[in-house]
Write a protein that binds this ligand. Sequence first.
Ligand SMILES: CC(C)(COP(=O)(O)OP(=O)(O)OC[C@H]1O[C@@H](n2cnc3c(N)ncnc32)[C@H](O)[C@@H]1OP(=O)(O)O)[C@@H](O)C(=O)NCCC(=O)NCCS
Length: 148
Amino acid sequence: MTPTQLRTVVGPWHALEADIAPLRHAVFVAEQGISAHLVCDAADLTAVHAVTYKAQGQAVASGRLLVEAPGVGRIGRMATAQAERGKGLGRQVLHALLDAARERHDHEVMLHAQSSAVGFYLKDGFTARGPAFMEAGIAHQEMMLALS
Ligand SMILES: CC(C)(COP(=O)(O)OP(=O)(O)OC[C@H]1O[C@@H](n2cnc3c(N)ncnc32)[C@H](O)[C@@H]1OP(=O)(O)O)[C@@H](O)C(=O)NCCC(=O)NCCS
């Protein structure tokens, strides 16, 4: 896939839920065994969401940006369809969310990374903060990125 065959949309939950919810279900519930009730929550209603679509309109990657504290964004629910990983789609979503955080003048973004995904965030300049911990039965690491 070339970047021209991909389209990333940033918007609110009511506009994107129908595309994001099945993707999250496939990745977090069917693949990772996380309880379905944890996958979508009330925070989605106020979050900024990013979704990357293939040319045919299939949603293949998504993530969300919340307000953690004044000036601090929180990225979460990052998911790329299993068959589409390693093609730069997760990075495209992450960059769209970082752009959204910069546009609202956040000075920092943080996230709770699954341990297996720490390397993905390190590639974009995030650093680990504090010890690893368990969340939804999966080992996590808090990470942060200062925004310029
Ligand atoms: C983590 C995830 C979102 C990454 O999405 P992706 O579309 O495969 O990532 P990209 O292809 O954009 O990868 C960007 C770079 O990060 C690297 N990378 C991707 N996943 C990685 C991982 N788990 N560990 C280390 N590096 C990783 C890629 O190799 C690529 O490096 P490059 O620029 O040198 O080529 C995806 O693997 C996923 O959905 N995993 C299951 C759900 C999950 O764990 N979500 C994260 C919760 S915190």
